[in-house]
Design a protein around this ligand. Sequence first.
Ligand SMILES: Nc1ncnc2c1ncn2[C@@H]1O[C@H](COP(=O)(O)OP(=O)(O)O)[C@@H](O)[C@H]1O
Ligand SMILES: [Mg+2]
Length: 391
Amino acid sequence: MHVTHLSLADFRSYARIEVALGPGVSVFVGANGQGKTNLVEAVGYLATLGSHRVSSDAPLVRAGAERAVVRAAVTQGERSQLVEIELNPGRANRARVNRSSQVRPRDVLGIVRTVLFAPEDLALVKGDPGERRRFLDELVTARVPRMAGVRSDYDRVLRQRNTLLKSAAMARRHGGRGMDLSTLDVWDQHLARVGAEVLAQRADLVSALGPLADKAYGDVAPGGGPVGLEYRSSAAAAVEPGAAAADPGAAAPAGTAGLREQLYEQLIAALASVRAQEIERGVTLVGPHRDDLVLKLGELPAKGYASHGESWSFALALRLASYELLRAEGNEPVLVLDDVFAELDVRRRERLAELVAPGEQVLVTAAVDDDVPGVLAGTRFSVADGAVERL
Ligand SMILES: Nc1ncnc2c1ncn2[C@@H]1O[C@H](COP(=O)(O)OP(=O)(O)O)[C@@H](O)[C@H]1O
Ligand SMILES: [Mg+2]
């Protein structure tokens, strides 16, 4: 798929812009702070309903404006669609597809797909588990858009269960006899049912992505690696200490009801085993929200061990693997390379450029035109003073 037109109103630094885009490579060049990242961030927002830079919508709305609108015309094969999201910080966002009446924002997921490379990607390797969970869940949603709904169900059940645990913790502290714990049993079942679905999709993703990441790592850092991906499940660790890294996908074919059933039982058992602690602390201690993806470079975890260059190679490998996976499954994404070339040495720069150049649509931003390797010669745009102009 590719974006043929992007329009923004009051998004970040842009009051209003219209940009016509074609397939192939587009390079956006401009001095720092001129709005290059703001532009590609908008495309990423349509794909993920979030930003790779901030966790809330408020900074995405132009200072002084009440709402922002991001609209894109998208072509996939013969089919064209128009998607639109209105960001209303503090209130519900609105979305439309093909100018029809409103749909829920998450119903637009899957129309625009992106794989975005950015300086922030280093946090995939060096950062907290939450960074890697977000990486997995965004990719899960790009593969299986209905998972966005499952994910938000999970978050809701988790919040409600935590509220219940907090009041149980309070009641205990104040010497009460405690609450009726059968209510908690019901919430355990909700959490395990939705959580098992999240876990099954993540397991399926990790087993598909692992070999692609290893290959991509070899491509960006010839002679380096091997690298591997290991899902670390908090539930598995709770029921069977030492087995935290067990691959849930190994036991049953991924995506099957059998796997979900197995993960459900495991979550139920894990919740039972930590219940006393949970009531003590007032939070849910096991489930997909406490898991991690361990990135292994040889036998060692990359986090804490990999050099700066190796960490960069790993981050690039994860993005390239994501691209290969989506493409292989018939969901060709838009590739976005936000200011990454300046971060890389010449060799990695050239390798990366060669690997992404054949993409259906590649959007590149750079402060210095010379940092962009020659194979990415494409349509050039200048970004300055709130305007984007084709050169
Ligand atoms: N919500 C906003 N309202 C107005 N200006 C904003 C907003 N968010 C960011 N900006 C401005 O956008 C500029 C940064 O744009 P960015 O796309 O990150 O630059 P770059 O071209 O370096 O990638 C900064 O000048 C910043 O002040
Ligand atoms: Mg930038």
